[in-house]
Design a protein around this ligand. Structure first.
Ligand code: SF4
Length: 239
Protein backbone atom coordinates (compact mmCIF):
# COMPACT_ATOMS: atom_id res chain seq x y z
CA UNK A 1 0.00 0.00 0.00
CA UNK A 2 1.19 3.49 -0.74
CA UNK A 3 0.72 5.38 2.51
CA UNK A 4 -1.30 8.39 1.38
CA UNK A 5 -0.37 10.29 4.53
CA UNK A 6 3.33 9.89 3.85
CA UNK A 7 3.22 10.16 0.07
CA UNK A 8 0.60 12.96 0.04
CA UNK A 9 -0.62 12.18 -3.46
CA UNK A 10 -2.35 15.03 -5.28
CA UNK A 11 -5.91 15.15 -6.48
CA UNK A 12 -5.04 13.56 -9.80
CA UNK A 13 -3.13 10.68 -8.18
CA UNK A 14 -5.06 9.63 -5.11
CA UNK A 15 -7.95 7.97 -6.96
CA UNK A 16 -5.57 5.95 -9.06
CA UNK A 17 -3.28 4.99 -6.17
CA UNK A 18 -6.06 3.72 -3.93
CA UNK A 19 -7.12 1.18 -6.57
CA UNK A 20 -3.76 -0.58 -6.07
CA UNK A 21 -3.97 -0.83 -2.29
CA UNK A 22 -3.52 -4.31 -0.79
CA UNK A 23 -3.24 -3.41 2.91
CA UNK A 24 -6.13 -5.58 4.20
CA UNK A 25 -5.54 -9.28 3.44
CA UNK A 26 -9.10 -10.38 4.27
CA UNK A 27 -10.63 -7.74 2.00
CA UNK A 28 -8.19 -8.38 -0.83
CA UNK A 29 -9.09 -12.09 -0.73
CA UNK A 30 -12.83 -11.36 -0.58
CA UNK A 31 -12.98 -8.73 -3.33
CA UNK A 32 -11.03 -11.03 -5.64
CA UNK A 33 -13.04 -14.13 -4.79
CA UNK A 34 -16.31 -12.31 -5.48
CA UNK A 35 -14.87 -11.07 -8.77
CA UNK A 36 -13.95 -14.62 -9.71
CA UNK A 37 -17.10 -16.45 -8.65
CA UNK A 38 -19.59 -13.65 -9.60
CA UNK A 39 -23.35 -13.57 -9.17
CA UNK A 40 -25.21 -15.60 -11.79
CA UNK A 41 -26.94 -12.52 -13.23
CA UNK A 42 -23.54 -10.94 -13.97
CA UNK A 43 -21.58 -14.03 -15.00
CA UNK A 44 -20.77 -12.55 -18.44
CA UNK A 45 -19.26 -9.39 -16.94
CA UNK A 46 -15.71 -8.65 -15.86
CA UNK A 47 -15.79 -7.57 -12.23
CA UNK A 48 -13.60 -4.68 -11.08
CA UNK A 49 -12.48 -6.61 -7.97
CA UNK A 50 -10.22 -3.85 -6.57
CA UNK A 51 -10.56 -0.89 -4.19
CA UNK A 52 -13.13 1.68 -5.34
CA UNK A 53 -11.92 5.29 -5.51
CA UNK A 54 -14.06 8.26 -4.55
CA UNK A 55 -16.30 9.57 -7.34
CA UNK A 56 -16.89 13.21 -8.23
CA UNK A 57 -14.87 16.40 -8.40
CA UNK A 58 -12.09 17.01 -5.86
CA UNK A 59 -13.27 20.63 -5.53
CA UNK A 60 -16.70 19.54 -4.31
CA UNK A 61 -18.61 21.46 -1.65
CA UNK A 62 -20.65 18.45 -0.55
CA UNK A 63 -19.21 15.04 0.33
CA UNK A 64 -21.36 11.92 0.69
CA UNK A 65 -19.79 9.27 2.93
CA UNK A 66 -21.12 5.72 2.86
CA UNK A 67 -19.88 2.54 4.49
CA UNK A 68 -18.01 0.31 2.03
CA UNK A 69 -18.53 -0.91 -1.56
CA UNK A 70 -21.09 -3.61 -2.25
CA UNK A 71 -19.78 -6.97 -3.48
CA UNK A 72 -21.86 -7.10 -6.66
CA UNK A 73 -22.39 -3.34 -7.04
CA UNK A 74 -19.30 -1.15 -6.86
CA UNK A 75 -16.96 -4.15 -6.61
CA UNK A 76 -18.37 -5.21 -9.98
CA UNK A 77 -18.60 -1.86 -11.75
CA UNK A 78 -15.65 0.01 -10.21
CA UNK A 79 -17.59 3.10 -9.08
CA UNK A 80 -19.15 4.00 -5.74
CA UNK A 81 -22.83 2.95 -5.41
CA UNK A 82 -22.98 1.98 -9.06
CA UNK A 83 -24.91 -1.07 -10.23
CA UNK A 84 -27.08 -1.86 -7.24
CA UNK A 85 -30.39 -0.86 -5.63
CA UNK A 86 -28.77 1.40 -3.06
CA UNK A 87 -27.15 3.39 -5.84
CA UNK A 88 -30.42 3.58 -7.77
CA UNK A 89 -32.02 5.35 -4.81
CA UNK A 90 -29.00 7.55 -4.08
CA UNK A 91 -28.34 8.79 -7.61
CA UNK A 92 -32.03 9.42 -8.30
CA UNK A 93 -32.15 11.71 -5.26
CA UNK A 94 -28.91 13.44 -6.30
CA UNK A 95 -30.34 14.01 -9.76
CA UNK A 96 -33.65 15.31 -8.43
CA UNK A 97 -31.81 17.82 -6.24
CA UNK A 98 -29.56 19.01 -9.08
CA UNK A 99 -26.38 17.31 -7.85
CA UNK A 100 -26.12 14.71 -10.64
CA UNK A 101 -26.73 15.04 -14.37
CA UNK A 102 -28.80 11.84 -14.61
CA UNK A 103 -30.57 9.41 -12.26
CA UNK A 104 -29.05 6.20 -13.65
CA UNK A 105 -25.76 4.68 -12.52
CA UNK A 106 -24.99 1.45 -14.32
CA UNK A 107 -21.28 1.45 -15.12
CA UNK A 108 -18.14 3.51 -15.61
CA UNK A 109 -19.19 4.62 -19.08
CA UNK A 110 -22.83 5.57 -18.41
CA UNK A 111 -22.19 9.34 -18.66
CA UNK A 112 -22.98 10.08 -15.00
CA UNK A 113 -21.44 13.27 -13.62
CA UNK A 114 -21.82 14.85 -10.20
CA UNK A 115 -22.15 18.58 -9.62
CA UNK A 116 -20.59 20.15 -6.49
CA UNK A 117 -20.59 16.69 -4.94
CA UNK A 118 -18.21 13.81 -4.34
CA UNK A 119 -18.97 10.36 -2.94
CA UNK A 120 -16.56 8.26 -0.94
CA UNK A 121 -16.42 5.61 1.77
CA UNK A 122 -14.30 5.06 4.88
CA UNK A 123 -13.48 1.57 3.59
CA UNK A 124 -12.67 1.29 -0.11
CA UNK A 125 -12.95 -2.49 -0.54
CA UNK A 126 -16.06 -4.68 -0.41
CA UNK A 127 -16.18 -6.55 2.92
CA UNK A 128 -17.83 -9.92 3.61
CA UNK A 129 -21.42 -9.42 4.84
CA UNK A 130 -20.96 -5.65 4.33
CA UNK A 131 -19.08 -5.55 7.64
CA UNK A 132 -15.53 -4.25 7.72
CA UNK A 133 -13.66 -4.89 10.96
CA UNK A 134 -12.52 -1.98 13.14
CA UNK A 135 -8.93 -2.80 12.10
CA UNK A 136 -9.84 -2.58 8.41
CA UNK A 137 -11.63 0.72 9.00
CA UNK A 138 -8.56 2.09 10.75
CA UNK A 139 -6.19 0.77 8.07
CA UNK A 140 -8.20 2.54 5.37
CA UNK A 141 -8.45 5.83 7.28
CA UNK A 142 -5.33 7.47 5.72
CA UNK A 143 -7.05 7.38 2.33
CA UNK A 144 -10.05 9.24 3.73
CA UNK A 145 -7.81 11.71 5.58
CA UNK A 146 -5.94 12.51 2.38
CA UNK A 147 -9.18 12.91 0.44
CA UNK A 148 -10.48 15.33 3.09
CA UNK A 149 -7.24 17.33 2.93
CA UNK A 150 -7.63 17.67 -0.81
CA UNK A 151 -11.29 18.66 -0.50
CA UNK A 152 -10.60 21.10 2.35
CA UNK A 153 -10.53 24.35 0.31
CA UNK A 154 -14.06 23.89 -1.00
CA UNK A 155 -15.77 21.39 1.29
CA UNK A 156 -18.64 22.80 3.36
CA UNK A 157 -21.04 19.91 4.10
CA UNK A 158 -20.79 16.16 4.56
CA UNK A 159 -23.80 13.87 4.29
CA UNK A 160 -23.02 10.70 6.24
CA UNK A 161 -25.03 7.63 5.33
CA UNK A 162 -25.41 5.56 8.47
CA UNK A 163 -23.80 5.24 11.89
CA UNK A 164 -20.74 3.30 10.70
CA UNK A 165 -19.72 6.08 8.33
CA UNK A 166 -20.37 8.67 11.05
CA UNK A 167 -18.13 6.88 13.55
CA UNK A 168 -15.43 6.30 10.94
CA UNK A 169 -15.48 9.88 9.69
CA UNK A 170 -15.12 11.76 12.99
CA UNK A 171 -11.48 10.73 13.69
CA UNK A 172 -10.55 11.44 10.07
CA UNK A 173 -11.85 15.00 10.40
CA UNK A 174 -9.98 15.77 13.58
CA UNK A 175 -6.78 17.10 11.97
CA UNK A 176 -8.57 19.82 10.07
CA UNK A 177 -11.74 20.60 12.00
CA UNK A 178 -12.50 20.68 15.74
CA UNK A 179 -14.71 17.72 16.61
CA UNK A 180 -16.79 18.62 19.71
CA UNK A 181 -16.63 16.59 22.94
CA UNK A 182 -18.73 14.67 23.61
CA UNK A 183 -18.76 13.62 19.98
CA UNK A 184 -21.96 14.43 18.09
CA UNK A 185 -24.30 11.45 17.84
CA UNK A 186 -25.52 9.96 14.59
CA UNK A 187 -29.20 10.25 13.70
CA UNK A 188 -31.25 10.98 10.61
CA UNK A 189 -30.95 14.74 10.01
CA UNK A 190 -28.55 15.05 12.96
CA UNK A 191 -26.54 18.22 12.35
CA UNK A 192 -23.21 19.31 13.78
CA UNK A 193 -21.16 22.35 12.83
CA UNK A 194 -17.41 21.86 13.18
CA UNK A 195 -15.10 24.83 13.45
CA UNK A 196 -12.06 24.79 11.21
CA UNK A 197 -8.75 24.40 13.06
CA UNK A 198 -7.22 27.08 10.82
CA UNK A 199 -10.03 29.57 11.40
CA UNK A 200 -11.43 29.01 7.90
CA UNK A 201 -14.93 27.97 6.91
CA UNK A 202 -16.72 25.53 9.22
CA UNK A 203 -17.88 22.10 8.13
CA UNK A 204 -21.46 20.94 8.49
CA UNK A 205 -22.11 17.27 9.22
CA UNK A 206 -25.51 15.89 8.35
CA UNK A 207 -26.64 12.39 9.28
CA UNK A 208 -28.86 10.35 6.98
CA UNK A 209 -30.10 6.79 7.22
CA UNK A 210 -28.09 4.57 4.91
CA UNK A 211 -29.57 3.92 1.45
CA UNK A 212 -29.45 0.15 2.06
CA UNK A 213 -32.37 -1.93 0.84
CA UNK A 214 -33.12 -2.71 4.46
CA UNK A 215 -33.97 0.97 4.96
CA UNK A 216 -35.46 1.88 1.59
CA UNK A 217 -37.65 -1.23 1.19
CA UNK A 218 -39.12 -0.81 4.66
CA UNK A 219 -39.81 2.91 4.22
CA UNK A 220 -37.43 3.90 7.01
CA UNK A 221 -35.73 6.05 4.39
CA UNK A 222 -38.03 7.37 1.65
CA UNK A 223 -37.00 9.19 -1.55
CA UNK A 224 -38.47 12.38 -0.12
CA UNK A 225 -36.42 12.08 3.08
CA UNK A 226 -33.29 11.64 1.00
CA UNK A 227 -34.09 14.65 -1.17
CA UNK A 228 -34.64 16.72 1.97
CA UNK A 229 -31.19 15.78 3.22
CA UNK A 230 -29.51 16.85 -0.02
CA UNK A 231 -31.51 20.09 -0.16
CA UNK A 232 -30.39 20.80 3.39
CA UNK A 233 -26.77 20.03 2.48
CA UNK A 234 -26.99 22.46 -0.42
CA UNK A 235 -28.42 25.18 1.83
CA UNK A 236 -25.65 24.64 4.37
CA UNK A 237 -22.97 24.65 1.66
CA UNK A 238 -24.38 27.88 0.24
CA UNK A 239 -24.69 29.63 3.60
S1 SF4 B 1 -9.96 -1.35 2.56
FE1 SF4 B 1 -8.68 0.45 2.17
S2 SF4 B 1 -6.73 0.02 3.25
FE2 SF4 B 1 -7.84 -1.93 3.06
S3 SF4 B 1 -7.06 -2.85 1.13
FE3 SF4 B 1 -8.91 -1.70 0.62
S4 SF4 B 1 -8.17 0.33 0.00
FE4 SF4 B 1 -6.51 -0.67 1.13
Amino acid sequence: MTDPAAAAPGASEVDSLVTRCTACPRLVAWREEVARTKRAAFRDQDYWGRPIPGFGPMDAEILVVGLAPAAHGANRTGRMFTGDRSGDVLYRALHETGLANQPEATGLHDGLRLHRTRITAPVHCAPPANKPTPAERDTCRPWLVRELELLRPTLRAVVVLGAFGWQALLPALADTWRVPRPRPKFGHLAHAELEAADGGSPLHLLGCYHVSQQNTFTGRLTPQMLREVFDRAKDLADA
